[in-house]
Each structure stands twice: as structure tokens, then as C-alpha cells.
Design a protein around this ligand. Structure first.
Ligand code: NDP
Length: 483
């Protein structure tokens, strides 16, 4: 798979520039340099993609499960065989450590495709028997041409998480990666050609969210939108799509609590809390950024957590020793820094971090921030209520279960929660009462792709994963036969 200086859209099986002929700079966050250019696409490119998808749909939706399975598994194999190229591109675009791209992002991307290629072979629908009179069965048919829009934090990982179930269930797709991290989606287009995906089945449009992304949402022939990104963007997408009666799946922001009881396995907890705080620089929607610790172990936790955080190595994403790479962009770094300033105004004490890392010769213009731990804030202040999406966490002591439940639920978001305790009854009690779509007990980010995934409240609408995704991308039709 080859990186190029001028990225192209993938429409009707061909790699083409945007109709406008314009490009946007693609900046590598680890050195701040423009290293490639992204097509500045608009509604006219989306229109061409929709026409290509409509041409491809009759054949793709009726070619049979086995053919779709074979092409998609071939695509997964090609990504796996080109792990090095994909991982390098992902780190160059996003600033994340190459070790993470190689062990998490790219393996998960081909796993997503393989998972849904296989899942569709086992997908079945329900029947409802009416004694001595009739049988109903549910036909599940592909929706048609669908839109998939994904963010920059886990670029190929989340892009494939949407595209794979859409394609496996027979839809044709118009997909847009974030313009901040477009390169692996471009490599994917090359892989699709090699895998023999028929032209028009998958179309990839690059460009700006409010222009190219919005054109996808607005297009009347695109019947469903699967979106992952910020809550504000999700709200705007819902506003446009709802009056057009499009199917919508929205995976949005989070501000997740980690709830740590004194009876937990301390070593396991501290290891995973470090991961859930700072993996990918906290730029994972599932990171736990509000850490509540039961008072008897609060001081011990604080000391150990700060010490381990200070050991994390920040810098060149291409060094095997790096734990944390660069934040994704200058503007995102500025946003995260503004929350650190806000925390100070709100009375927080910075226990460690909070400052920019001056890089070496290679990385001196990169966007590096020391992982930051803040204490002394009210659970209800803005720093604790708004999504920062960076390497910034707050720690707060608590005394009772009721108190910590109130803290955990006192927020508009409801994506995930981690609970640490050896008391299984308490764990179950908490799991029942916490307002979130995903609960982890004594672990974090353990993912089974068959499970429903998504958030409550302002963290989203609908669920992805397993059968939920296949149901989203198919239209149920009840057939009633009287006998
Ligand atoms: P954004 O909402 O800014 O962007 C997400 C995608 O939407 C990008 O491709 C973006 O394009 C596009 N977009 C932006 N504006 C529009 C629009 N008006 N119409 C259509 N598409 C648009 O999110 P970020 O990329 O900043 O990602 C971070 C957010 O994603 C965080 O809030 C995080 O919590 C959330 N997230 C949620 C997950 C979940 O599963 N719940 C998982 C991962 C992240 P472009 O970037 O080119 O502007």
C-alpha cells in the first residue's frame, strides 16, 4: 500500500481528485509539517459517489452472502499483510505511538472486517407463529446507500467498524474519514481494489466535515447515517437527518467515571487506571477522565498514580520507547490546554503535568503535552462536566456508594464506566444503577465485538457491535402467511 503526496477520493472504483481541484493541507502532529494534501470535496463529489453506489447496489445486495464474505475476508487479509504500511501511516497522521498503531489500531481494523464478514454468514431473522392460522417471518434487507462518518482518534479502527457491517449486510457505502487523519482510509481504497470489491460498493470522500460530511448527511438518496464523533456534531446531524426520516446511529462524546472502591485489587486497578486515563493521550471516547476513589485508599492511590504517570515517556511516535505521542492537532492541543487553565480557575490543583513538552530536533514543532492529574475540583464544575478528550484526568475522594453514584450520574454523558471492587454484589448493584451504555468491572477496554456498544444520554443514540450493527444496516419487513 502506497502513501502519496496527493490523496484521492475513491469513487466508482477509481481514485480521483475532488471536482473542485482544491486540496487541504495534511499536517503530521509529531512535527507540525504538511506532508500531504487532502481533496477538498463537496456536494458534487458526494453526488458522483451516490450515483456510483446506486449503480453498484442491485448486484452487491443480491450477489449472495458467500461472495460478500469472500471479498471482505480478502480485504481483511490485505490489511493484515500490510500492517507495517498501515501502522506507519496511522502514526504519521495521528501522532500516536507506532507500537499502538501496530498492536491496536490496525489489528482491530482487519478484525472488524473479518468479524462482520463472518457474522453475516450466521445472521438470521425471527419468525412468529400464530397457532393454527399463520406464520410471520421477518425479512431483513439492506437499507440501500448509506453514509458512514468517523473521527480522528482511532482512524481506521472506527472507519472499518462502520463500513464492515454496512457492506457485509449488502449496502453500498459513502464514507468519510476525518480530514485530520485521512491516510489509512486512502490506503484502504487501494486495498479494496486489490481485494476485488466491485466498483461503487464503497466510496470514500475526503474533505471537511461541515462541507463534505454535511453533504453526505443532506443527500436525499443516502438513507442511513452511522456517525461517530462529537456530541455537538451529532446534534447537527440529527437536526438535518431527522426530518428526512433517515436511520441514525450516533456514537458521541463521553466523560466517563472510574469508580474505585477500597477493597479492589490495587495493583491491577492502578495498572489499568493508568491505561484508561492516558492511552492514546486520553483521546479515546472510553477513557475514564473522572476518577473517584474511596477515601481509605485515596492518598495511597494518589501517590502511586502520580508516580507512575511521571514515568510515562512522551515524544517521537516512531520510537519504540514512547508511551504517549503527540496530540492530534494544534487546535486540539489548544483546546486541552484551555481546560487545564479552566481547572486552575475552578480551584483545581495540578498534581503533575499541565505543561507542553519541548521536543527534540525531530519533534520540536509537535503537539506534545505532559499527562495531567488534577485534584480538588467539585464533581459539578465545568472541568468535570465537559469532555476534554486529552491526557487530563481529575481525582476525587468519596465516602459512600450513594455519593459516588450521584457523582457518576450527575452528567449529560453516559458512555462507559469502570468499577473496581472485589464485592461482586456491590459491582452488580452499581452496574444496575450507573447511567451508561458500557460498564466494565475490574477491567477496562476488554471488548467482545459481539456485544452492543454505545452510549446513553448525550453520548449517543442506537448501538453498534454484533447483531445490533447488522440490524441497523438492514430494514426489517414482516411477511405474514395465512394457512
Ligand atoms: P467531530 O464531531 O468533529 O468529527 C467527527 C467526524 O464528523 C469527522 O469525520 C468530521 O469531519 C465530521 N464532521 C464534522 N462536522 C460535520 C458535519 N456538520 N456534518 C457531517 N460530518 C461532520 O469529532 P472529532 O473528529 O473531533 O472526534 C472526537 C469526538 O468523537 C469526541 O467527542 C469523542 O468522544 C467522539 N468519539 C466517540 C466515540 C463513541 O464510540 N461514542 C468513539 C470515538 C470518538 P472533519 O474531521 O473532517 O471535520
Amino acid at each position: 500500500m502506497k502513501q502519496v503526496k496527493y490523496i484521492k477520493n475513491y469513487i466508482g472504483g477509481a481514485l480521483v481528485p475532488a471536482d473542485s481541484g482544491e486540496y487541504i493541507d495534511n499536517i503530521s502532529p509529531f512535527n507540525g509539517e504538511v506532508y500531504s494534501y487532502i481533496p477538498d470535496s463537496d456536494a458534487s463529489d458526494v453526488q458522483k459517489a451516490v450515483e456510483a453506489a446506486e449503480r453498484a447496489f442491485p448486484e452487491w445486495s443480491s450477489c449472495g452472502l458467500e461472495k460478500r464474505y469472500r471479498i471482505l475476508t480478502r480485504l481483511a487479509d490485505i490489511i493484515e499483510q500490510n500492517l507495517e504500511d498501515f501502522a506507519y501511516a496511522e502514526s504519521l497522521d495521528s501522532g500516536k505511538p507506532i507500537s499502538m498503531s501496530k498492536s491496536v489500531d490496525i489489528p482491530r481494523a482487519h478484525a472488524n472486517i473479518r468479524f462482520f464478514a463472518t457474522a453475516i454468514m450466521h445472521f438470521s431473522s425471527e419468525s412468529h407463529h400464530m397457532e393454527k392460522s399463520a406464520i410471520n417471518f421477518t425479512l431483513r434487507q439492506p437499507v440501500g446507500v448509506v453514509g458512514c462518518i468517523s473521527p480522528w482518534n482511532l482512524p481506521l479502527y472506527l472507519f472499518t467498524w462502520k463500513i464492515a457491517p454496512a457492506l457485509a449486510s449488502g449496502n453500498c457505502v459513502i464514507a468519510k474519514p476525518s480530514e485530520v487523519t485521512p491516510m489509512t482510509a486512502f490506503l484502504l481504497a487501494q486495498a479494496c481494489e486489490e481485494a476485488g470489491l466491485p466498483p461503487g460498493v464503497l466510496n470514500i470522500i475526503h474533505g471537511l466535515g461541515p462541507k463534505a460530511g454535511q453533504a453526505i448527511v443532506e443527500h436525499p438518496k443516502i438513507k442511513a447515517i452511522s456517525f461517530t464523533g462529537g456530541t455537538g456534531t451529532g446534534r447537527e446531524i440529527a437536526r438535518i437527518a431527522a426530518p428526512m426520516f433517515k436511520k441514525l446511529s450516533l456514537e458521541l462524546g463521553g466523560k466517563n467515571p472510574n469508580i474505585i472502591f477500597a477493597d479492589c485489587d490495587f495493583d491491577k486497578m492502578i495498572f489499568d487506571t493508568l491505561r484508561s486515563s492516558f492511552s492514546n493521550n486520553g483521546q479515546i471516547c472510553l477513557c475514564g477522565s473522572r476518577i473517584f476513589v474511596e477515601r481509605p485508599i485515596y492518598e495511597k492511590f494518589k501517590e502511586e498514580f502520580v508516580k507512575r504517570t511521571q514515568f510515562l515517556k512522551i515524544g517521537d511516535p516512531f520510537s519504540p520507547l514512547t508511551d504517549l505521542g503527540a496530540l492530534v492537532s494544534q487546535s486540539h492541543l489548544e483546546k486541552v490546554m484551555s481546560y487545564i487553565e479552566l481547572a486552575k480557575v475552578e480551584g483545581g490543583e495540578i498534581l503533575t503535568g499541565g505543561t507542553i513538552v519541548e521536543g527534540d530536533e525531530k519533534t520540536k514543532n509537535g503537539y506534545f503535552l505532559r499527562p495531567t492529574i488534577i485534584e480538588g475540583l467539585s464533581p459539578y464544575c465545568r472541568t468535570n462536566q465537559e469532555e476534554i478528550f486529552g491526557p487530563v484526568v481529575t481525582i476525587t475522594p468519596f465516602d459512600t456508594e450513594e455519593e459516588v453514584l450521584e457523582y457518576a450520574n450527575s452528567i449529560d454523558y453516559g458512555l462507559s464506566t469502570t468499577v473496581w471492587t472485589k464485592d461482586i454484589t456491590r459491582a452488580n448493584r452499581m452496574a444496575e444503577q450507573i447511567q451508561a451504555g458500557v460498564i466494565w468491572v475490574n477491567c477496562w477496554l476488554v471488548r467482545d465485538l459481539r456485544t452492543p456498544f454505545g452510549g446513553t444520554k448525550h453520548s449517543g443514540v442506537g448501538r453498534e457491535g454484533g447483531l445490533e450493527a447488522l440490524r441497523f444496516f438492514t430494514e426489517p419487513k414482516n411477511v405474514c402467511i395465512k394457512y
